[in-house]
Design a protein around this ligand. Structure first.
Ligand code: ADP
Ligand code: NI
Length: 221
């Protein structure tokens, strides 16, 4: 099977698997991450097929929606890629990308490295920033029945992986717990560059938000 067939078959698989997904983790999130990864791959020295497959399959079974089980996504992706006869070395690399792409709080050590993971992770993080990032955060909060904000619950900085996973804080806190930290976590120069504008937009949004609700603007990144 040639590369184009592999990509097309993977798209069909992912669209079907994510047909019932929450609005921030649906096919359109995957498509944005895939497109951004393609753009970044042109400027970084990477295996483009690995990057594209990693991007397309990175949220195939996000642990958040599978009772915290982090093994389902990599296993699903592996068995799918085997059915379309992708080389084992590519499958292993894609599996590693899926296993290591997630944020999981600020204090998570990454135990696998590759340029291809760097690109997919940056593209995924960019989609959590800027206007689309704001929309996704509030959609996720609504999906989880979280408050928009609560002036009596301040954001908690530097959470551990466990605290981050368990947190049920209001969505506005998520900006301080994760979204504003992303610009300094970019792996590639291309990603860092793209992150700047989206970060500034989130800062403006928060400034306006706190003005409107009449609370002191909490900002310390
Ligand atoms: P990662 O896989 O890198 O850990 P997530 O899956 O946690 O990233 O984040 C994906 C999207 O879901 C992002 O847009 C993020 O803002 C949103 N999201 C995740 N957790 C929360 C939360 N507690 N409150 C609001 N949005 C969240
Ligand atoms: Ni994602």
């Amino acid at each position: 099977m040639d590369k184009e067939d592999i990509i097309q078959k993977t798209i069909a698989f992912v669209r079907e698997e994510l047909s019932e997904a929450e609005g921030g983790h649906d096919w359109w999130h995957i498509k944005r991450v895939w497109k951004t990864s393609q753009q970044m791959a042109q400027k970084e020295n990477v295996d483009v097929l690995v990057v594209e497959l990693g991007a397309l399959l990175h949220d195939i079974a996000d642990a958040k929606f599978h009772r915290g089980d982090e093994t389902i996504g990599p296993a699903k992706a592996t068995s799918f890629l085997e059915t379309i006869d992708v080389d084992k070395s590519i499958i292993d690399h894609v599996k590693n990308i899926i296993e290591h792409v997630s944020f999981k709080g600020g204090n998570f050590e990454r135990t696998f490295s590759s340029k291809e993971l760097d690109v997919v992770q940056d593209a995924d993080r960019l989609d959590a920033m800027g206007a689309i990032g704001i929309a996704r955060a509030f959609n996720y909060g609504g999906f989880k029945n979280r408050l928009i904000y609560d002036p009596e619950i301040p954001p908690k900085l530097n959470m551990t992986k466990e605290e981050y996973k368990k947190s049920t804080a209001p969505t506005i806190n998520h900006f301080y717990e994760k979204l504003l930290l992303l610009k300094d976590k970019m792996n590639t120069n291309t990603g860092r560059e793209m992150a700047r504008k989206r970060h500034d937009f989130m800062e403006h949004f928060l400034e306006q938000f706190y003005n409107e609700v009449g609370e002191r603007f909490f900002f310390q990144t």
